[in-house]
Structure formats: C-alpha cells, structure tokens
Design a protein around this ligand. Structure first.
Ligand SMILES: Cc1cc2nc3c(=O)[nH]c(=O)nc-3n(C[C@H](O)[C@H](O)[C@H](O)COP(=O)(O)OP(=O)(O)OC[C@H]3O[C@@H](n4cnc5c(N)ncnc54)[C@H](O)[C@@H]3O)c2cc1C
Length: 385
C-alpha cells in the first residue's frame, strides 16, 4: 500500500529531528512517510541524557528554539506519554568566578522573561541534599526546564503519531538514493522499494556517506563521540538535573557574560577539558543515575577514526570529578556506552536544499533534544508556506 503512493513529505531518519519534522508536518495536515534503516532508531536520539536545557544554548537561535521546544513538549505530554519530567536544571558553582557568571546569566534571563532563581550555597544544598557542602558556592536554578527518558521518548512519540495523526512509518528501510524525478522526490531503498514525495527531508544523523555525500562537506560538519554511564538505581533523591562549572565553561549562553573571561581553570579541570569532559547528573524515574559526559571530534565521514572503545580512563575521570560534587549511596556502574552526533561547525543546524525538493536537516549537535521540536516547527512552517 505504501509503495506507489506519493506523500507530501518523506523523511529519512527516525531520530528526534526526523520525528519532530513528521509531527509538525502532520499537524499541518500533510501526508508523511518516515523511513528508518534499522529495526528501531538507536543512535544519538536514544543514547543521550534527555535534558531539555534552553538556558545553555546560544542566545541567537538555540535559546528561542529551546524555549519553544519546552512548550511543545509540555503540550504533547498532555495528549501522549512522551515521558516528560518537569524537574528543572540546577547549575552548581564551585568558586566565586563561576558564581559571578551565574549571577550575570540570571540577570540576562530575567530581561528575557525566562524564570531562574539564584541560590546561595546553603539554599542549593537545602534543595539538593546530595550536594557536597564544601564544593558548592551557590547555584542557578531554572524551574521551567525538564527532561525526557531518552530510551522511550522518540519511540512513544512515533507511536502516538502513527496512532493519532496518521503517520506512515517503515523500519528496516535503508534509503540508498534520493533524486528529483518528474518534478518531485524519488526515494529508493536497499530492499528495492521506491517512494515518492513532493519533498524529502534527510535527517540521517552521522551516516552522511551514503546519500548525496558531496552535500555533507567535512569543512562544515564534524562528528562528536560522547561517553556516558548509568549508575545502579538508588533512593530517589535528586530534586533536579545537575550541571556544573565545566558546563558553564562549555555552554554557549554563558560565553556572552562579561565575567566569563575571568573564569579560572585549574590544571585538573584542564585535564578534564582535554577529553571534553563536563559533569552532568540526572536521576531517572527508576532511581538510576545518568552520569557523563566526554566529547571527542573528527570530521564528517571519519567516524571510524573515533574508534569503538569505551575508555576506562575517561570513565574514571568523570567518576572522580562527580564524587567531589555529590555524595551517592552507590557509585556502582550498571552500564556505559558511547553515542555519536553530527554537528554543524559554523551554524546551529546544517540545512541545505538540493534540486528544490531534497532538504538536508542535520548537524544539530549536542542540543538536539533541547531544540529539535522548536527548530523543526520553524523549518516545517517555511517549507510548506
Ligand atoms: C551521549 C549523548 C548525550 C546527549 N545529551 C543530550 C541532552 O541531554 N540534551 C540535548 O538537547 N541533546 C543531547 N544530545 C544530542 C542529541 O541526542 C542529538 O542532537 C540528537 O539525538 C540528534 O538527532 P538526529 O535525529 O539528528 O540523529 P540520530 O538520532 O542519529 O538519528 C538519525 C537516524 O537516521 C537513521 N538513518 C541514517 N541513515 C539512514 C538511511 N540511509 N535510511 C534510513 N534511515 C537512516 C539512523 O538509523 C538514525 O535512527 C546528546 C547526544 C549524545 C550522543
């Protein structure tokens, strides 16, 4: 039945970008076919932290997309269980310089009408009793921020779209060619099927070597490998997601603060930064704790050069630093894994239209869970305007 039908939109890739493109197009009344190469999506959109943190994004676009995404997630959660947990994000400062940046950031967000609360060290520890008292100099709390369960969100959203909005979906469907033919997009799969769409969106993540590789230049795109851990389930004690001083140094929004340049980085912190480590902690609904992460980069198409190993050295560095920040009942590691994402080097997302009907939407980097719903809303409105 799917075979010969022409769709308003065909999407290649069932990650968070592809799935939210489908959502917004369906909401506009368009017919949509989503194609996924594997039994189920299992790349970055499933392997991530699941934190929705507009506060960390660039104040140019990322923050606005993040804010819009929060609204979309909250609206969606009313109709579908997309696992949203409204637990807020707390950035912890470990010295006065970090606190000065947090304080400036709080003022910036006040001016942008985005709620935040500046905490003294006592207040931060009161709110999160697991925090190590001697580490915390204060914190900045974003009560509106939230998180999703990355193992479930994309799958549950997709099921909702199939059941309630008429999404057509095909897994085990690796797309091997896209071209413009007879004025529309022709999409061919490895299992010798052909699909047609007025438009096709390529949201194919890091696998850029198969479809129009000439339009994914290494000069503009890179791949990042991240390493993550899950600690055994324990008593529910986290009252919010936790971010730390190295996150303050890493995230785009903070770079706009006058005090940012006064941040001091110790030799120990520099050693962590050389592996792209910053410490994030989140407690999942089952009590397990997600802890990460590290970042290593290669140019697009060179993922083989990132290697397949999980580095015990990186895990040890993350654990050592995390133990300075929180005190947990158990540090037993239940699982550890890697995840890769594609990142645009110059822009916040990599978009390109080829032959008027083929649209590349990719390279959203480390902010795909935070910004994809908002970004794809704007993108789909323009595509079908
Ligand atoms: C460890 C880790 C932690 C992260 N934490 C966060 C976080 O807390 N907050 C946040 O905002 N972001 C986070 N991110 C970033 C976020 O996960 C990514 O930005 C996002 O998942 C990218 O989504 P995507 O749809 O572009 O790619 P992907 O998830 O990689 O999806 C691409 C899909 O396309 C499919 N595909 C590829 N080629 C084909 C083909 N030829 N035919 C058919 N299907 C194809 C793939 O199988 C895949 O399912 C994290 C990422 C990682 C790795």
């Amino acid at each position: 039945m799917i075979k010969n039908r022409k769709y308003d939109l065909v999407i290649v890739g069932g990650g968070v970008l592809g799935t939210f493109c489908a959502y917004h197009a369906l909401k506009k009344g368009k017919s949509v076919l989503l194609l996924e190469k594997d039994a189920q999506p299992h790349e970055a959109s499933i392997r991530n932290f699941g934190q929705i943190i507009p506060s960390g994004q660039s104040l140019e676009n990322g923050f606005a997309w993040g804010k819009k995404s929060l609204k979309i997630y909250k609206e969606l959660q009313e109709d579908a269980d997309i696992t949203l947990s409204k637990n807020g994000s707390l950035y912890i400062a470990s010295d006065e310089a970090e606190m000065a940046v947090l304080s400036e950031m709080s003022e910036k967000f006040q001016a942008l009408d985005y709620p935040s609360q500046l905490f003294s060290s006592t207040k931060a520890v009161e709110k999160n009793p697991l925090l190590q008292k001697n580490y915390v100099k204060g914190g900045l709390f974003f009560p509106e921020e939230a998180s999703i369960n990355p193992l479930l969100m994309v799958h549950q959203l997709r099921e909702f779209l199939i059941e309630h909005l008429g999404l057509h979906y095909k897994n085990f469907c690796p797309v091997i060619a896209v071209e413009k033919k007879r004025g529309i997009a022709m999409i061919s799969s490895a299992n010798k099927q052909t699909f047609w769409g007025d438009h096709v969106i390529l949201a194919n993540g890091q696998d850029t070597q198969f479809l129009l590789p000439e339009h994914f230049p290494a000069a503009e795109l890179r791949i990042c490998k991240l390493q993550m851990m899950r600690l055994v389930p324990q008593k529910k004690q986290f009252t919010s997601n936790l971010l730390t001083g190295l996150s303050i140094r890493r995230y785009d929004s903070f770079k706009s603060c006058p005090s940012y340049s006064a941040l001091k980085t110790t030799e120990e912190q520099k050693a962590l930064q050389s592996k792209g480590i910053h410490i994030l902690l989140k407690q999942a609904a089952d009590g397990s704790i997600l802890l990460g992460d590290s970042h290593e980069y290669v140019s697009a198409n060179e993922q083989a050069n990132l290697g397949f190993e999980i580095s015990t050295e990186i895990n040890a560095l993350i654990l050592r630093e995390a133990k300075k920040i929180v005190s947990l009942a158990s540090w037993d590691v239940e699982a550890t894994w890697i995840g890769n994402y594609l990142e645009a080097k110059q822009d916040e997302v990599y978009t390109k239209t080829v032959d008027t009907v083929i649209h590349i939407v990719n390279g959203i980097g480390g902010k795909g869970i935070t910004t994809s719903p908002g970004f794809t809303y704007d993108y789909i409105q323009k595509l079908f305007s």
